[in-house]
Design a protein. Structure first.
Length: 152
């Protein structure tokens, strides 16, 4: 059997990769972007690969390949499976709500609406005039102006 001499420092490489597993896991815990977890998984594989007589440059290349493959191929699947949705907060939560016009909206001007006890400036989403009293749906918010369209 042919034994390849292993430098003395190389026997500590599994500990190096284990430290990277912990580091990447901590970064993922703080960022929660589902990115560094794949680097942590690749480093975990490398803990076992480092026990083989493989030189460090080869280990680094293998780590990079595993990381990129996991990131490109499994992250989209994980995101789809986890179905992470952004929760609308503050004024973004108003989009899609119904409101009633207090004053008319002309094609080139603004009117007003009252929503949850607050008066807002309102503008037409498609430039069509809207008469006072008409029920509308909020399409978007630009500054302090609600962009509304007539309810169909």
């Amino acid at each position: 059997m042919l034994l390849i001499p292993v430098p003395d420092w190389q026997r500590y490489l599994p500990w190096f990769w284990l430290a990277l597993v912990v580091l990447f896991s901590v970064v993922e815990a703080f960022t929660m972007t589902l990115t560094t977890v794949w680097f942590a998984a690749a480093a975990l594989v490398m803990v076992f690969v480092a026990m083989l007589p493989l030189p460090l440059p080869a280990q680094l290349l293998l780590f990079a390949l595993i990381s990129v493959c996991l990131l490109l191929f499994t992250r989209p699947l994980a995101l789809r499976f986890l179905n992470i949705k952004k929760t609308a907060t503050n004024s973004d939560a108003l989009i899609g709500k119904r409101c009633r016009l207090l004053t008319a909206v002309s094609p080139d001007g603004k009117g007003t609406v009252r929503l949850k006890g607050v008066e807002w400036s309102a503008a037409s989403a498609d430039g069509t005039p809207l008469e006072a009293g008409k029920e509308c749906i909020i399409q978007e918010i630009q500054g302090n102006t609600l962009i509304v369209s007539a309810q169909k």
